[in-house]
Every structure is written in structure tokens, then in C-alpha cells.
Write a protein that binds this ligand. Structure first.
Ligand SMILES: Nc1nc2c(ncn2[C@@H]2O[C@H](COP(=O)(O)OP(=O)(O)O)[C@@H](O)[C@H]2O)c(=O)[nH]1
Ligand code: SF4
Ligand SMILES: [Mg+2]
Length: 420
């Protein structure tokens, strides 16, 4: 068993968010309208439990599928928005979190009924967060309530009539969802930093923290993007970097390194070569790089007793020298010379009580969708709690931030503005 250092509170959530590059489609509505039935009809298989007992679906259920010809998506079945009691309220709050980080929603209504007050509230919420959605009017075998039709006209929302029980209208609904799904997937990792034929060197230390027999997602994604851009990709450990630079006829066009090796790598890579870290690339791809750079200002005003949230978006085996639980707290205490209190969350959940924290240090978020990461950043920004990510903070504490931000005009400008 590994021990967690003093002053670090561990908050774990069981739910792991994966499938990060896929669009998330949330299936939402009141209890018993047929949300789970719709997920099953979409999948063409009985994955979710369907029952006429209200409140059968409790925790969100994530299911990947190929929505052809659009591509891979994740369907998220949720508990009813009208769930009651103490447990019910917890389920509703989980559903709200799913909605906030979804890319699209299918609101299921019962064809025989009218729009209820809870459903009006839901539509208001969707408008407030600007989430695109479609209404699936389910159980149409017995006709559609004319008042419901008038109410939907008033809403001006796109709707489709379906029967999950008789598999009517499901294909048409899928086609419509495909046409409505947002396309945007955030800035590239390196696509705009390189040209065809460029040489890109990726520095991947294989230390105790590296997973066994594989590379981590940001590394794999960067390799793939570099290949897509027709560049020549060289992957090396930090120890071999110098030999590689020596062997190359010309200096490389871009070097990307693991944040923890930044000082050694920066010393080896000539000043005129673009250098950044995987974490900085992820900060831009998933989050908001200039906002994270702004967040660095808060590091210098931390005081004894201040609470710092370390947010990890997935659960993994803790290492003896764990980056989130051990190294970052140690470096931050050393850097600030303050006795800080750390709270670590891992898993797909994100605390509601963000205002308690003077700083949020988020992981790269490679397992989160861009939408989910953006929603976390927005939540913190709304109450003015500064956010940085692991890589931005590590480069800052190691004095390498000006160099690793150079390839990114807006983030470099934010840094210069802060220094002015
Ligand atoms: N008549 C009819 N019943 C349906 C239809 N879709 C679902 N149901 C029934 O409605 C009840 C609730 O369905 P379920 O999918 O569990 O609803 P959820 O609580 O919104 O997930 C179940 O008894 C289903 O069999 C439909 O198209 N027609
Ligand atoms: S960066 Fe975050 S989401 Fe990605 S593996 Fe690390 S802890 Fe998990
Ligand atoms: Mg259900």
C-alpha cells in the first residue's frame, strides 16, 4: 500500500470518463418516458434496463456506438430529471453534470402527455447553456396529444415522433441527429505548428510513472497527427535526445517533450527550435491555454492554509512518486514556501464547492471530451477561481514557461502581458 502524504485529502469517484474524442449525446427527460428504450433502439440491442418502474436508471450509462455515416459517438442514458427524494436529487445532479458536458441532447417526451413544469425547466436550462438538442416524442402508437404539439411549436424545437416499442421513426431520428451534431473538435495538437516534410521529435521518458507496454493518449494522438501532416516523426527517450539531435542533418522543426523532462530537454534543444510539452498541447486542444497562463498569477499569491484542488480526470494506480499526489504538491510547497492544503479528486466527477479553492491544478484531461473540459474551466471562471494544468504549472515552476509558450501567439501574449 502506498501512503498519501499529509495535508492531502483524497476524493475518489467511481465513474471513469473515457472515449474522449467522441461526441457525447445525452438522452434526457422525465422518468418512464422511454429514455433507456431509446438508447436500446439506437443501439439495436438491449443494453439499458427498461422498466415501467419509475427511476430504474440511476447512474449515467455510457455506451459507444458508430453512428454511420457520422462516426463514433457516446450515448449517455440518464436518470429522470423529475427524480425525487434525497437519492433522487443526487441522481438529478448527476444528470445535470452529464448535460453540462454533453455535445448534444435528445429530450424524450411522452406523446400522450403535455410538457410538465420540470420539462419546461429543462428546456430553459438547455437554452441557457446553449446545448443543441432534438425532441423525441415517444410512444406514438396511441397518437400524439394535440396540446403537446402546440407547446412544441411554441418551443420552436426540432422534434421527431418515434415509438421505441415498435421501432418506428428511429432511423429517421438517427439521420436528423447526424445532421444536427456539432462538428467542432477544438484546435489541433500540432497540425498548425508543422508543415509537410518537417522533422518532429517527441521526447517520451520511460520512467516508473510510464504505463506498462504502452504510450499515453496525448503521445499517441500527437504521433498520429504528425503522421497525418506528412511529417517525419522521431520518438526518443530523454536520454537519447542528444544523440538524435546530433545524428540529424538539420535541427528539427518541432520538439515536444513530457513536462517532467522539460529542463533537461530545453538545455539540449537549440534556442531557435520550437519546443513545447504534451501538456501544453493538451491545454490548448481540450482546455483554454491563455486562461491557464492567467491562472499562474494565483500561484504567487497563495498563503499558508490555502486549499489547492488537484483534479485528475481519470482513476489510475498511484505511483510512489505520483505526479498529482506527491510531486506537484511538493513542488508547489517548495515554490511558494507556504503550507498549502491539497485536495485530490480523481474520476469523472468534479467538485461543486469550487469556491473553497484558491487554485485548481487540472490534469491534461486526455480522457475528457473537450466539451467536458471546457465546462469545468467555465465553472471555475464564473466564480473567478484560477485554473492551471499540470504541464503549464510544471513548466512555470521550472522556469521554462516563456519558451514552451512561444509557438502559441495568444498564450505567449498573455504571459508577456502578465510580466509587463
Ligand atoms: N407503449 C410504449 N411503451 C414504451 C415505449 N418506449 C418505452 N416504453 C415503455 O415505457 C416504460 C419506461 O421505459 P424506459 O425506457 O425504462 O423509460 P426511462 O425511465 O425514461 O428510461 C417501459 O415499460 C417501456 O416498455 C413505446 O414506444 N411505446
Ligand atoms: S491526463 Fe488526466 S485524463 Fe489523461 S491519463 Fe492523466 S489523469 Fe487521466
Ligand atoms: Mg431509464
Amino acid at each position: 500500500m502506498k501512503s498519501i502524504p499529509n495535508n492531502i485529502t483524497e476524493v475518489k469517484t467511481g465513474f471513469i470518463e473515457v472515449k474522449s474524442e467522441r461526441k457525447h449525446v445525452a438522452i434526457i427527460g422525465r422518468r418512464n418516458v422511454g429514455k433507456s428504450s431509446l438508447v436500446n433502439a439506437f443501439l439495436g440491442q438491449e443494453l439499458c434496463i427498461v422498466s415501467d418502474v419509475a427511476g430504474t436508471t440511476t447512474d449515467p450509462v455510457h455506451k459507444s456506438m458508430e453512428l454511420l455515416p457520422y462516426g463514433p459517438i457516446v450515448l449517455v442514458d440518464t436518470a429522470g430529471i423529475d427524480d425525487e427524494g434525497e437519492l433522487g436529487e443526487k441522481r438529478v445532479s448527476k444528470t445535470i453534470k452529464v448535460i453540462a458536458s454533453a455535445d448534444f441532447a435528445i429530450v424524450v417526451l411522452d406523446a400522450q402527455e403535455r410538457i410538465s413544469p420540470k420539462e419546461w425547466e429543462l428546456f430553459n436550462y438547455l437554452a441557457k447553456i446553449n446545448l443543441p438538442f432534438i425532441i423525441a416524442v415517444n410512444k406514438i402508437e396511441f397518437g400524439v396529444n394535440p396540446v403537446l404539439l402546440t407547446e412544441m411549436k411554441f418551443l420552436k424545437a426540432t422534434h421527431f415522433e418515434v415509438s421505441c416499442a415498435e421501432n418506428v421513426g428511429i432511423d429517421a431520428l438517427k439521420s436528423k441527429v447526424i445532421r444536427m451534431l456539432p462538428q467542432e473538435s477544438g484546435p489541433p495538437l500540432i497540425g498548425d505548428l508543422v508543415n509537410q516534410g518537417d522533422v518532429v521529435v517527441l521526447v517520451v521518458p520511460i520512467d516508473l510513472g510510464a504505463p506498462k507496454s504502452r504510450l499515453i493518449l496525448p503521445q499517441v494522438q500527437t504521433i498520429r497527427e504528425a503522421l497525418d501532416e506528412d511529417t517525419i516523426v522521431v520518438v526518443v527517450k530523454d536520454k537519447e535526445l542528444r544523440s538524435v539531435l546530433y545524428a540529424l542533418k538539420n535541427p528539427p522543426d518541432l520538439v515536444v517533450t513530457d513536462s517532467q523532462a522539460i529542463m533537461r530537454v530545453a538545455a539540449d534543444v537549440p534556442d531557435n527550435v520550437k519546443l513545447t510539452t504534451f501538456s501544453i498541447l493538451m491545454a490548448r486542444h481540450k482546455g483554454d491555454l491563455p486562461f491557464f497562463v492567467k491562472g499562474l498569477k494565483a500561484v504567487e499569491s497563495l498563503q499558508d492554509g490555502d486549499k489547492v484542488l488537484i483534479a485528475e480526470a481519470c482513476t489510475h494506480h498511484e505511483q510512489a512518486d505520483d505526479i498529482g499526489r506527491v510531486k506537484i504538491p511538493r513542488w508547489l510547497r517548495l515554490h511558494t514556501k507556504k503550507n498549502l492544503e491539497f485536495v485530490v479528486t480523481s474520476g469523472g466527477d468534479f467538485p461543486d464547492n469550487l469556491s473553497e479553492f484558491k487554485l485548481i491544478v487540472h490534469c491534461g484531461g486526455c480522457m475528457l471530451t473537450r466539451k467536458a473540459m471546457q465546462s469545468r474551466v467555465k465553472q471555475a471562471a464564473l466564480i473567478e477561481v484560477p485554473v492551471v494544468n499540470y504541464g503549464v504549472l510544471i513548466s512555470y515552476m521550472h522556469g521554462a514557461i516563456p519558451r514552451v509558450l512561444l509557438p502559441f501567439e495568444d498564450a505567449a501574449a498573455e504571459w508577456n502581458h502578465q510580466k509587463a
